[in-house]
Ligand binder design. Sequence first.
Ligand SMILES: [Zn+2]
Length: 285
Amino acid sequence: MRRLVFLGLILSCFVSGGVAAQLESKTKPDVPLEKWTGKTIMLIGAHADDDAISHGTLAMFQAHGNQVYVVTLTTGNVGTQDPKLSRTQLAEIRRTEELAALAELGIPGSHYINLGYDDGLLEFEDRKAVVENLVRLIRKMRPDVLMAWDPGKNYQRWHKSDHRAAAYLAADAARAAMWRLLFEGQITQEGLKEFMIPEYLFYNDYDFADENVWVDISEYVEKTVNAGAKYTSQFGPGWKEYKANPSEAEVKEMKDMMRKWIRMKDGKPIEGFRYYSGLPDGLGK
Ligand SMILES: [Zn+2]
């Protein structure tokens, strides 16, 4: 018994040491992103293709032995200019395209999770229910890293509707997941445990002022281009008139567009993020 008490004391010291380390917030990773391996990385986005901003980085994480999961909040069942498509058809198309894009990056289809909310209306959903669903996923998967739309740093960042909702929902879920008494039923009834996500990579699509880490995606440009070209209903000619099987010329047009969208820094193709580690409470500071 005494040995057990002693062991308990040692363990509690380790745990408090770990928590103390986690309390310290950082804006630079201890290990460069290129060296990350063995991590579980969860990306939360609003639409199938929100992850496209980070495809080179996701391909690198996957190639380096990390487990990448993509969580999409809506089915993407609204965003088209094709008058012939129904919501149901569009949702199915978006799922097929997302799985095809992830396959190009080496990410298995079982790592794509869609929570099924309606496109364009995310901020009008029951926020508590959405956060609860995300908290459940976080507590199940226990990600080392959360990637999400940047909710802002010392201010509220403007994104278009679903993106700003997704930014806040992801941040709120990260915060709620660590509190044992929030959504307690998940713990008392579902066998889950509270969990604090230690590291964050926030992405943006137009304002890159807060970026503090950049990934050289030179080795992953082709995968990024090929994955991006799978979103036939979102980019290129399929936006106005969807085609399941675009022509060779149309695929080339999409690939050229993807290549043009890749950002360059110091002569290298890059993707950039705002890195943060520490308590979720501080992720906007
Ligand atoms: Zn989007």
